[in-house]
Design a protein around this ligand. Sequence first.
Ligand SMILES: Nc1ncnc2c1ncn2[C@@H]1O[C@H](COP(=O)(O)OP(=O)(O)OP(=O)(O)O)[C@@H](O)[C@H]1O
Length: 308
Amino acid sequence: MHSEPAVQIAGLVKRYDDKPAVDGLDLTIARGAITAVLGPNGAGKTTTIETCEGYRRPDAGTVHVLGLDPVAQNAALRPRIGVMLQSGGVYAGARAVEMLRHTAKLHAHPLDVDALVERLGLGSCGRTTYRRLSGGQQQRLALAMAVVGRPELVFLDEPTAGLDPQARRATWELVRDLRRDGVTVVVTTHHMDEAEQLADHVAIVDRGKVIANGTPEELCRGGAENALRFDGPPGLDLGPLLKELPEGATATETSPGSYRIEAPVDPRLVATVTGWCAASGILPERLSVQRRSLEDVFLDLTGRELRS
Ligand SMILES: Nc1ncnc2c1ncn2[C@@H]1O[C@H](COP(=O)(O)OP(=O)(O)OP(=O)(O)O)[C@@H](O)[C@H]1O
């Protein structure tokens, strides 16, 4: 296990026509995990990732990927990373599966091409040229090309944009399998459900900076949406319940007969509250868990919706 991070970015600045697309971005990405870089359109995700891949030179700051400078040491870095770009990067006249086989042969320990083709539902496009594939098929082929060489680190830029739900799930499964094989995966997305489903770590990017960073649980912890609600008889004495709840929890009657317990919601909390209700002869009606989502976190931090 390497202790050195997979990616280390400090104070990254990248400008286009004097306008900063990335504006002092700091980010450390651990090895062997799935990290989602989440943010609205235009936040600077693609620019950051392309800088990590060596396609763009930083205007300021430093970037290290697998301990290497992506521009100065590009030749050493290239064989160790897999890259799925948002648009193409694939020769349009080449036959889909042939191209994949060819790419596999360039690597010492490639994945099994037939299994990968099957996995991503590309079996029917064997002899079809890239330009004749549907958008979703092109997307899946680009993903296959990024991972077939069994790289140490994979960058996936919006891998499920425009995919149908089935292809989306197949992509997520493949990404999870990569993690199981010890591959580090960095995925950019503006779908918060994708980040919540997939990622071990989430970096929320807005206006060229990382504005929050942590596991989905860490980011969603606290705040008004992390609560349990139930209805019961009005005027209950919540003091005895509060004594049973974890430190820092609050219990309030928000309107007559409506109760709200604010605390990290886990099965034990639900058992404590329902146990107290049972012991007090109360039937908790409309018992519900309200969890903060990454969308709520983004809204709290920026006052804006994440959705584009
Ligand atoms: N080649 C370029 N020339 C000029 N401006 C650019 C270029 N590439 C990106 N930008 C601008 O830089 C900013 C950040 O873009 P970037 O593509 O990095 O964001 P993003 O978070 O990946 O967005 P999306 O989710 O839409 O892909 C945007 O304002 C964009 O218009």
